[in-house]
Design a protein around this ligand. Structure first.
Ligand code: IPM
Ligand code: MG
Length: 367
């Protein structure tokens, strides 16, 4: 029987409880297919500060390097707000992304029919949204040097090397090829030289993808177009900071940040899967928050890291069934729906997955 390795980093706040729901679904997936996942758990973020005094303990990093595939909850807690920024929980996340070379962050944004009411936008604007935000994750303002704070000034540096832009652009074009073949590259080329450089390199890469239509959009306009006419976007290619901001905005189109999953990919099979939202410490332990972004992140892991794209699609079907039956966490609740907690949502999705005919037997049946 095939065994795959996954390092689980629950992290802080709601992290552990949402990851638990993903693991329930993973167990259901194991039962459906002839496959086993070997899981190791390790601390990161505030949990790392508690156990080892640092947000990314050495042993966590060592396990990540060995196991290659990481499933993460969330990091951060108010109680660390007064710490030196260099050792705050968020640094654990940034350091592991950088150390594993996870430069490509994919955030799929899809409208669920039964959740159209949950959006603050009109249903007709939202219905049919299907875009992929491709965010550069290891460069730009987040990591550029120098970065410092002095008594009377502070400094961050926005910097990009040619190869960093080229490889993320290639990812975006490759992904677009499997979708509606449109890439919209976001920049601020009317002001920033990194953006002018970005635009030139994206143009050059585009020559290798004549079948994909490329457009460019200034980031301020992109923020506006996302709420004006979001359906125009297929693949949205962005640098690190712009992608952080625009992906939060895009997630709300579909109703809740609690639905936005993400995959961070590097070379040589290194990958990390995590919801795009934070650790929401005020909801920690209340069994209240939406675990669906974490469960969709698991689906992305099964598809991208382990090659179960078709079988993992069943997870999406299971999620849809549970939502269509009217079960909602508070963030996506509607007047007619039944509000349930984090754990029950995980149980229901896992149960729905088990009850579905497997992709394999579908294939046999239709052959
Ligand atoms: C995200 C988060 C992180 C980021 C934070 C927690 C450092 O907002 O994954 O979008 O800014 O990348
Ligand atoms: Mg963010």
């Amino acid at each position: 029987m095939t065994t795959h390795n996954v390092l689980v980093l629950p992290g802080d706040g709601i992290g552990p409880e949402i990851v638990d729901q993903g693991i329930k679904v993973l167990k259901a997936f194991e039962q459906k297919l002839d496959v086993r996942f070997h899981l190791e758990y390790a601390p990161i973020g505030g949990a790392g500060i508690e156990s080892d005094g640092v947000p990314l303990p050495q042993n966590t990093m060592k396990l990540a390097q060995e196991m290659k595939v990481v499933y993460l909850g969330a990091v951060g807690d108010y109680k660390y707000d007064t710490l030196d920024p260099a050792i705050r929980p968020e640094q654990g996340l940034l350091q592991i992304r950088k150390a594993l070379g996870l430069y490509a962050n994919l955030r799929p944004v899809k409208a669920y029919r039964c959740l159209l009411h949950a959006s603050t936008l009109k249903p007709e604007v939202v219905d049919g949204i299907d875009m992929m935000v491709v965010r550069e994750l290891t460069g730009g303002l987040y990591f550029g040097q120098p970065k410092k704070r002095e008594a009377k000034r502070a400094l961050d540096t926005m910097t990009y090397e040619d190869f960093e832009i080229e490889r993320i652009a290639r990812q975006a074009f490759e992904i677009a090829r499997k979708r509606r073949k449109q890439v919209c590259s976001v920049d601020k080329a009317n002001v920033l030289s990194t953006s002018q450089f970005w635009r030139d390199i994206v143009e050059t890469v585009a020559k290798d993808y004549p079948d994909v239509a490329l457009s460019h959009m200034y980031v301020d306009n992109a923020a506006m177009q996302l709420v004006r006419n979001p359906k125009q976007f297929d693949v949205l290619l962005t640098e690190n900071t712009f992608g952080d901001i625009l992906s939060d905005e895009a997630s709300m189109l579909t109703g809740s940040l609690g639905m936005l999953a993400s995959a961070s990919l590097g070379d040589d099979r290194y990958a990390m899967y995590e919801p795009s939202h934070g650790s929401a410490p005020k909801y920690a332990g209340l069994d209240k928050v939406n675990p669906i972004a974490t469960i969709i992140s698991l689906q992305l892991m099964l598809a991208y890291s382990f090659g179960y794209a078709e079988e993992a699609q069943l997870i999406e079907t299971a999620i849809n069934q549970v939502l269509e039956a009217g079960y909602r966490t508070y963030d996506i609740a509607d007047t007619g729906s039944t509000v349930i907690g984090t754990s029950e949502m995980g149980d229901r999705i896992a149960k729905a997955l088990l009850a579905l005919p497997s992709a394999h037997s579908n294939k046999i049946a239709s052959a």
